[in-house]
Design a protein around this ligand. Structure first.
Ligand code: APR
Length: 230
């Protein structure tokens, strides 16, 4: 089976009701990114950061995967699909996808501030200031904040290097190192981008732009790929 590597961003979850970050009305219009999604913000006001992720985790329980997530899961019947997602939601998992690498962490998990290998899956529950890990240190969201390293980046780059086909769905390609994954894909791998908006990022390779929302664009992509490769 051909290796289909898919880089997803907030856009694939938009039609599930989860705000993107940089679209009009996006999350970063409502919150100061540095106050709620950076290591400095955590040290400055832990309660504000804990509240921000508690609210997003609570909302996650109320939303469902959309047709884009589901169509992507179904592509596993025809391709060796590996998803690399910037999203911290669990909608790819809930749609039935099997191989998912979270570059920026997972909303349903929290971890020790003393030992990052101590991770708890709390699903959609809240944490509070004073909630501690088994070693007695404050729990924090298992999220990669601005100003922190991206531990999974080398694993993601290795996956991208083995792509036969590379697909980008619903990301502005604004944030590095994630956005740089395109450059790891072999030049021989065709690049598809699914996004209803114009591609703002500078990409120096041939692109097939499916200018649709994820809910219909992924199905369109599946038709193209099955026609060409199956
Ligand atoms: N279907 C597909 N794409 C969509 C849809 C949709 N229904 N709606 C919006 N988009 C596209 C937008 O055109 C844009 O290109 O999704 C992209 C969303 O971009 P951002 O809001 O910047 O989200 P993302 O690229 O995932 O952000 C990357 O930035 O703030 C950090 O850690 C955060 O992982 C996030 C990273």
């Amino acid at each position: 089976m051909k290796k289909l590597v898919v880089l997803t961003g907030a856009g694939i979850s938009a039609e599930s009701g989860i705000k993107t970050f940089r679209d009009a009305g996006g999350l970063w219009e409502e919150y100061d990114i540095m106050e709620v999604a950076s290591i400095e913000g955590w040290h400055k006001n832990k309660e504000l950061v804990i509240r921000f992720y508690n609210e997003r985790r609570k909302q996650l329980e109320t939303v469902q995967p959309n047709a884009g997530h589901i169509a992507l899961a179904e592509l596993e019947k025809y391709f060796d699909v590996q998803i690399i997602t910037q999203n911290v939601d669990d909608l790819h998992e809930r749609a039935g996808s099997s191989n998912i690498l979270h570059l920026h962490g997972e909303l349903v998990k929290v971890r020790s501030t003393l030992d990052p290998s101590i991770i708890y899956d709390i699903r959609y529950k809240e944490i509070q200031l004073g909630d501690k890990c088994d070693k007695g240190s404050q729990l924090r969201p298992h999220i990669v904040w601005f100003g922190e390293a991206v531990p999974e980046m080398m694993n993601a780059a290795t996956i991208a290097q083995h792509a036969d086909i590379f697909v980008v769905i619903g990301t502005s390609l604004n944030v590095y190192p994630a956005a740089g994954l395109i450059d790891y894909a072999p030049k021989s791998a065709p690049l598809f981008i699914i996004d209803p908006n114009p591609i703002a990022a500078n990409i120096f390779r041939k692109i097939e732009h499916i200018k649709e929302k994820a809910s219909t664009g992924v199905t369109r992509l599946a038709e193209i790929l099955k026609d060409k490769y199956c």
